[in-house]
Design a binder for this molecule. Sequence first.
Ligand SMILES: [Zn+2]
Ligand SMILES: [Zn+2]
Length: 929
Amino acid sequence: MEAITPFHHLNPPFRQNSLTKKSPRNSSTLFSLLRVAETQVSDSLPLLSSSCLNGYHEANSLYSVKLRHAQMVKMAKDKNSDARMQSLVTSYLNSGDFRSAVMVFLVGFEQNYVFWNVFLQDLKSLGGDPFEILEVFCELHNKRVVFDSRILAVILKICATLNNSLLGMEVHACLIKRGLDIYEYSRCALMNFYGKCWGIQYVDQVFDEMPDRGVLLWNEAVLVNFRNERWVEALQSFRDMKFSYVKANSFTLAKVIQACGKLKALDLGKQIHGYVIRFTLDSNVLICNSLTTMYTRNSNLELARAVFDLMENRSISSWNSIISSYTALGSLNDAWKLFYDMETCNMKPDFVTWNCLLSGHFHRGLYREVLVLLQRMQAAGFKPNSSSITTILQAISELSLLNFGKEVHCYVIRYGLDCDVYVGTSLIDMYVKNYNLIYAQAVFHSMKNRHIFAWNSLISGYSFKGQFEDAIKLLNRMENEGIKPDLVTYNSLVSGYSMWGWNEKALSMIHRIKVSGLTPNVVTWTALISGCAQKGNFRDALEFSIQMQKDGIKPNSATMASLLQACAGMSSLQKGKEIHCLGIRNELAEDPFAATALIDMYTKCGSLESAYEVFRRIQDKTLPSWNCMIMGFALYSRGKEAISLFNEMREAGIKPDSITFTALLSACKHSGLIDEGWKYFDSMKVDYNIFPTIEHYSCMVDLLGRAGYLDEAWDFIQTMPIEPDSTVWGALLGSCRVHKNLELAEIAAKNLFKLEPHNPANYVLMMNLYATLNRWEELEDMRELLEVKVGKIGKVWSWIQINHTSHLFSAKGKAHPDEGEIYFELYQLVSEMKNLGYIPDVKCVFQSIDRVEKEKVLLAHTEKLAVMYGLLKTGSSAPIRVIKNTRVCSDCHTFAKYASLMKCRDILLKDGVRFHHFREGKCSCNDFW
Ligand SMILES: [Zn+2]
Ligand SMILES: [Zn+2]
């Protein structure tokens, strides 16, 4: 609908007084107004002189308004009296005497809907409360003021807006009693009221009871459905209307077209378009704008554009419709082109245009551009309104720019936008997402009217932070204040509980949802599952997915991703395949999001081939799916394949991001491709304007170090523009161990002990190096340091899955039931290996015992036992998959190489650091790990 200019805008001087706020009310006003009501009936008073009319413009104080009112009471009614009454209402509003304004409004003159809309708008914008209208109405009604049918229709409309179902019924009774319900506009108002307050079935009843139905009533029947978002019924009423040979007015027609958009009913929309052309309504701007929107909602930009291009007269809304079509569906470039076309057509972009562009950029993920646009908008003379602010706050949340968010908050307060529920809610959301719950709370408590979103946002903030007591308190308070929590409210609690590992509580929350009469949906279950997966409760995640299916809920791609994350976390290829099947059954296997999770799962569970197969099947490969596959090749040291995939990706027109380069550089690192590594490291800045992060630097240090260029790696660290972190020093230390460089290793270790004093891996690496160099004293010192800083090293374990059963081999835990058999076979295998040249690497044992004892210790390493058990218990050609929680030692690594050669078996070993794929006596890691 086009905006209606408030009538007081025609009288600007009154507007200037709008800041003179509320003045005390008194009962004398009521008294004088009742006299107005009486005079309206008698209606025979002298004329108003023109000098008095001019006097209105100077009058501003409440006193002078009343004086003027008194004069008017004495005047006779003429053709100007309505205009005088309107300006009197405006004066009362501007001087803050809302009560008197309402009284004059209700009894002063003949209203129509335009007046009432404007009146309500003004009342609200000046801080008045619409409830007051009803209060005054009741008071006058009790004093037996007789209202005409038009006022009663207006009151019904206010009852509908304010949800006052009882007063509305009273008005209905009054209409019937006085026989006023015969007017079409009264009936329309009744239908609207029943639709809003009593449910749509009553509307049908009111409609059916009408003996003769005119155009207005039919149109209302369509519109009531529309207002209640019953699109299908709206279209049905429209059909009934056509069969009754009643012509729809252009407003109704526009709404019906919009319903086709909402329903994505393209064919029906086209039919109505035909109807529009037949009745030559295609010059109606309102209808054309609806057609544009309808085609856009049906994802048909071409037709939307065609309608726009054929329009003779375009309003600003027409331009905004087509621009918003482009921002929603097509390219932002086209939107901008239209934006500039507007200027050539002498059309000035308005708030809506700017807000379209803002939200268009936001929805494309161009958050920084949103902020740039904000500056442009302000430069063009527009002060951001509540809708712009909402988009800007969302962009700020995404960018985590807390300080900027605070600035916007100041702006909001300065321009009084903090009364807007959406702005308030976005502010809460922004603070919650920036982990500033104190501010979020403050905003929440200062809000007068709180939308359910505001409650939900703060509750989710609390539960995300683990402040469940506060969250529950707020939930209970919400219910006490009569706001019914919805699924979003409960889901955020389910998610919070499971993320913090409180699965029982999460389940009881699901129970509470059911008790409240709602049905837990896929989001609820996914919240539970994903929380478990993130917390590392992988088995629970899979368990809950079974419960979810029992509840008849189908998984979506997010559920799949969390389940696959759990499978990857457990390195359970078997479970991973089961989830893959679940995905296929629910037609999710080719969803780019789920497919990327599948690639990740397969690479982490040791099946690169399956990962690649999934990747090839994705129709529209997204950037994350390319990144994930490149990373997969990197993990398996298939550097060449990673690089050729990168080239393929560029040819497909996909722009790489920072993660792509991390994947590429780690591919170079795992495959020792030094030149390529340097090439990509330089190229990311020069060709793609991506600045290297700490991950990229640490890849480079690793790449140089592994290849033996330790001095270069050291120089590289010295010249880094950012402070090296533990990953950089860890990369250097790892390389120093391989290349036996004690000097640099000690520097790296010193830094590591400072940065992460409780990580046992660093101490073990140093002990390893000291052992290699026969420095037993230093080794003992290191062991002592380890015990002081870390305590005893946690459990070391390996496990293997055979026929759906997991077999755990723990260094200090319970012995495996088949231990005797395993050791027997292991002795034999090792002695055969020795014949082929295997020499046990006793440097891996940090105890001062003799060589024979050391060999015995080596034999008991958990990964050897797991591999041996796999060789014993699995079929002849199946690959053996073993998972170990810490880094594999060099002796076990050599052992696995020999085993793969002698038994002609692929052995996949995932240790705490990476993958080793042993085949025919070689390992995919090229002996660097
Ligand atoms: Zn070992
Ligand atoms: Zn290896």
